[in-house]
Design a protein around this ligand. Structure first.
Ligand code: SF4
Length: 370
């Protein structure tokens, strides 16, 4: 298939769904986690769960970059904007995520802080060049997909010898997050999923081989999928087949974009500018070793955590918010008492309702209102 319409063709979709029904063994249960929030939205947008047999269930994963960032990091960004009075630049969704005491970057902006929404890290560099008298900080978030553009601006900032630009680095890694989901279950002798839909965009950068050891270690089949409805239906069919054949391989359904080794140039830029953190806190998954990146010492001049003193956060998650359990795949958003009552996209209590990739936002947009 070459064109978008073909990946949304209803006749093809009906045929693949028919095959899933035909091949799914009624005597067993198939729980598949879609790691990526983009996949969650495709599933709901196209009503894919309704096409599946009752014993084939999809579970949300932690692959929403806004959702997994703990409150303490949001508080640090607010502190940069308010106490250090920098020009704080970040992606739109980040501005609305509640920090401690129900504040947010957007509220800080309303109270006079210079917080700016951007679409590309390159915009932050431009803002730094246009405001040489001000410190400009790029609040960098995201998985492997958004890390190379941050690396590119770090390289460019050094080339330009900018004195007023730095990055507050919060880039996180996919394989440790998968480990964070599967390892506790394995240690407890439990099985929480039978297969995983691997992330499409992330895998363009990492390559499919990045998941080989995970599939083997946790005896869990992984199928990397694209973001069109037929991509997901096809990936689910491939996962059902692997389960039936007791295989746990990495398969690449998204071969039109993902290669075994990924994007070598992007990987090289990241390796030049960033290195592994010893540990990093994730919302829902807690502190995990080697699960995030920090800026290399050679680029310390452009590291906001070196340039600015940041206070420890006293952030406490709202106890009623089930985001941590939703991000672990342990609960569905509709199991949260606040869902669609006190927590809505207009008045989000937790990050999963804020982000366009969040599981709660997907349920609200495509499920609750239906
Ligand atoms: S519905 Fe709101 S409060 Fe509940 S888990 Fe989702 S984001 Fe958190």
């Amino acid at each position: 298939m070459k064109y978008i319409d073909e990946f949304r063709n209803g006749d093809y979709a009906t045929e693949v769904a028919r095959r899933i029904h035909a091949e799914a063994d009624p005597g067993r249960r198939y729980r598949f986690m879609e790691f990526c929030g983009g996949h969650t939205h495709t599933l709901f947008r196209y009503g894919i769960p309704d096409l599946l047999p009752d014993n084939v269930n999809m579970i949300h994963g932690p692959g929403c970059p806004v959702c997994v960032l703990p409150m303490a990091r949001i508080d640090a960004a607010i502190e940069l904007a308010v106490r250090h009075q920098v020009i704080l630049c970040s992606y739109g969704d980040m501005l609305r995520v509640p920090g401690a005491h129900r504040t947010s970057l957007l509220k800080a902006k309303a109270q006079g802080a210079d917080v700016r929404m951007l679409y590309s890290p390159a915009d932050a560099l431009r803002i730094a060049q246009e405001n040489p008298q001000r410190q400009v900080v790029f609040f960098a978030i995201g998985f492997e997909t958004t890390t190379p553009p941050t690396a590119a601006v770090l390289l460019k900032a050094r080339q330009l010898a900018l004195k007023n630009f730095s990055v507050f680095c919060n880039h996180v890694l996919t394989p440790p997050a998968i480990t964070g989901i599967l390892e506790p279950a394995q240690q407890a002798g439990e099985r929480i999923i039978e297969g995983l839909v691997g992330p499409g965009h992330v895998s363009v950068i990492t390559g499919g081989e990045a998941y080989e050891s995970l599939a083997q270690r946790y005896h869990t089949p992984i199928v990397i999928a694209g973001f069109e409805p037929l991509d997901l239906l096809h990936a689910i069919l491939l996962l059902v087949r692997q389960c039936n054949q007791n295989r746990h391989d990495v398969e690449n359904q998204y071969s039109r974009a993902v290669t075994p080794c990924g994007n070598a140039k992007a990987q090289s830029m990241v390796a030049q500018t960033m290195t592994l953190r010893d540990r990093f806190e994730w919302r829902g998954l807690g502190w995990m070793p080697h699960s995030a990146l920090r800026i290399r010492p050679e680029f310390a001049d452009f590291d906001a955590e070196v340039r600015f003193e940041l206070s420890p956060s006293d952030a406490r998650e709202n106890k009623a918010c089930e985001c941590p359990a939703v991000l672990r795949g342990a609960k569905s958003p509709t199991e949260c008492k606040l869902f669609a009552t006190r927590c809505t996209p207009d008045n989000p209590i937790g990050a999963c309702m804020v982000s366009s990739e969040g599981a709660c936002a997907a349920h609200y947009s495509y499920g609750h209102t239906r």
